[in-house]
Design a binder for this molecule. Structure first.
Ligand code: MLT
Length: 236
């Protein structure tokens, strides 16, 4: 039986060690929710880069047809077109465009999975499609929670636990994946309430981004699967 593991933070990723597995990167608040939303709203691709320098370099090398988005300290980066609020990535703004995105933890986690067999982008907005897609896989799966600056984040772990729980009959869960599936099961009736005790959740509320949180926790949307090739993410 193939194994399903969960890593708690971007910093805990050993790129070489997971290179034979399919990675599934989760940053519920908010990077992977933004990527999923932008693509579902018609962006042609999201180029996920780890640093602002890489985003600015993209701007120097390309004349038009793209928008720079992302955050540092949860706020818009000076000179960028968009912040990291999924509510800004509407069809009117993103349709037909490339989005170049850099965020503190989410795009960092993605950059560490570039050598994997395949990398998916998951959030609470596309769990059903992601579970369905992963259930067809015949290889190890590593779910990478982005976390918050090296710390474990409840919302990412709950989403990872939900996916692990749904796949537990097809994959052998590691001890940590079992623990996250169990945590998800104890909290699933009040997912948002449980996550609201978390550090990053509370920081976003304090900074005035409560509407983003509501959006990211709306599990009724169920958008398509997102697959990355190198730094480029597209609908699968
Ligand atoms: C990140 O990648 O660190 C985030 O998505 C932070 C945020 O803007 O909420």
């Amino acid at each position: 039986m193939w194994q399903l593991d969960i890593l708690p933070t971007a910093q805990s990723v050993d790129s070489e060690q997971i290179s034979n597995s399919t990675a599934c990167v989760i940053d519920v608040l908010r990077a992977t929710s933004v990527i999923t939303t932008a693509l579902a709203n018609g962006a042609t691709q999201v180029v996920a880069v780890a640093t602002t320098d890489e985003a600015l370099q993209y701007r120097r090398q390309n004349a038009s047809g793209f928008l720079l988005g992302g955050e540092r300290n949860a706020d818009k980066i000076d000179g960028f077109d968009l912040d990291n609020s999924p509510l800004r990535y509407t069809p009117e703004v993103v349709a037909g465009k490339t989005i170049v995105l850099t965020t503190t933890n989410g795009t960092l986690a993605l950059s560490k999975c570039r050598r994997c067999r395949q990398t998916l982008v998951a959030s609470l907005l596309n769990t059903s499609a992601t579970i369905e897609y992963l259930s067809q896989h015949s290889c190890d799966i590593t779910i990478v929670c982005a976390g918050t600056e090296g710390r474990f984040s409840l919302e990412d772990a709950l989403c990872a636990g939900m996916i692990a729980d749904a796949l537990r009959h097809r994959f052998r869960l590691t001890d940590f994946a079992l623990a996250m599936a169990q945590m998800y099961n104890s909290a699933c009736a009040e997912l948002k309430h449980f996550a609201s005790q978390g550090f990053h959740y509370q920081r976003l509320v304090q900074k005035g981004y409560a509407a983003d949180i509501d959006f990211c926790f709306d599990t009724s949307k169920q958008l398509p699967v997102v697959v990355c090739e190198g730094e480029t993410c597209r609908l699968g």
